[in-house]
Design a protein around this ligand. Structure first.
Ligand SMILES: [Zn+2]
Length: 301
């Protein structure tokens, strides 16, 4: 099923920004979290009983772990079911699972509670640093007050880190070029090295860091390609002349004037950039999600 499609039809509210849906099934509050990266959904309810006999776990164990259900657990007052985003999965299949849990809960004396403090009180769907959860008002306030302030990013060091990372990317690009390939994967490696470098020296990656790392990765890929060309010119001419690598680099613009060479270079670069974009897309999306949700603690419904 498409991202959270059809939840309105079972009376749930959808929060697109936090990729979740929530609603009440037979008196129990449920929250469904969509995990696009893993192509999974997890649904959760928070329950407890005075007289735990393991009946909820038994019920969950009895569910068919076939096409739809990956795994289930009942632990620390939370029932969690992890589902594959299979084509057979739709909201009605999820509703059926939630109804089954709710029915088992009612029949066996499980009451709704806050899973954090264990109190039988009103609970709400919440988001805590990107994690979708259920919590009572008191616990939510506690999370907020205990939240450490977000570390300031050291921008100059972050840039230095991204540059150091890019040097690794350049080295990989040159190495693979020497072996006679232009492997698109190096475009991805370049991007990841820049992100990691920024994160390691800058303290963490922020919105600005994402763009800085991308710009550095894009520029340094072109630099790597130029260096490869310089190495090629050098090895070609050093057989006949006494030229240094810097001499080779200085005649580079003349070589790039040749239509044959420039089109080969642009071809290499296009290949690198396409792979950089394609392979980095989900990585960047993931970072941006983290950047957007870091430090956010709020009630969703
Ligand atoms: Zn609580």
């Amino acid at each position: 099923m498409k991202k959270l499609q059809g939840f309105e039809q079972i009376g749930f509210k959808i929060n697109k920004e936090h990729a979740c849906a929530y609603g009440v099934v037979e008196g129990y509050q449920f929250v469904v979290n969509f995990l696009p990266q893993q192509r999974q959904y997890t649904l959760m309810a928070t329950l407890k009983t005075e007289n735990e006999t393991g009946v909820m776990t038994q019920y969950l164990d009895s569910l068919d772990k076939g096409n739809i259900i990956n795994w289930t657990i009942y632990k620390d007052n939370a029932v969690i079911v992890n589902l594959k985003n299979h084509k057979e999965l739709d909201v009605y299949a999820m509703q059926k699972i939630m109804q089954g849990i709710a029915l088992t809960a009612t029949q066996n004396g499980y009451v709704q509670c806050c899973r954090h403090c264990g109190e039988e009180t009103t609970i709400y769907p919440v988001t805590v640093n990107g994690n979708i959860d259920l919590a009572c008002e008191k616990c939510l306030a506690e999370f907020t007050s205990q939240q450490p302030p977000i570390k300031e990013v050291n921008l100059p060091l972050g840039i230095v880190g991204a540059l150091i990372g890019s040097v690794i990317g350049v080295a990989v690009w040159i190495l693979i070029y020497q072996l006679g390939f232009v492997a698109g994967i190096t475009g991805f490696i370049m991007a990841v090295c820049c992100f990691k470098g920024y994160e390691m020296l800058g303290g963490r990656i922020d919105k600005k860091g994402v763009w800085i790392a991308i710009v550095i990765a894009v520029v340094m890929l072109a630099v790597a390609e130029m260096l490869c060309l310089g190495i090629e010119i050098h090895s070609l001419y050093s057989e006949y002349y006494d030229i240094s690598f810097f001499d080779a680099m200085s005649v580079l613009p003349t070589f790039l004037g040749e239509s044959e060479i420039i089109s080969a270079v642009l071809g290499d670069l296009a290949f690198g950039y396409v792979f950089m974009a394609v392979a980095s897309f989900s990585y960047i999306k993931n970072i941006q999600k983290r950047v957007n949700t870091e430090g956010v603690i709020e009630r969703l419904g």
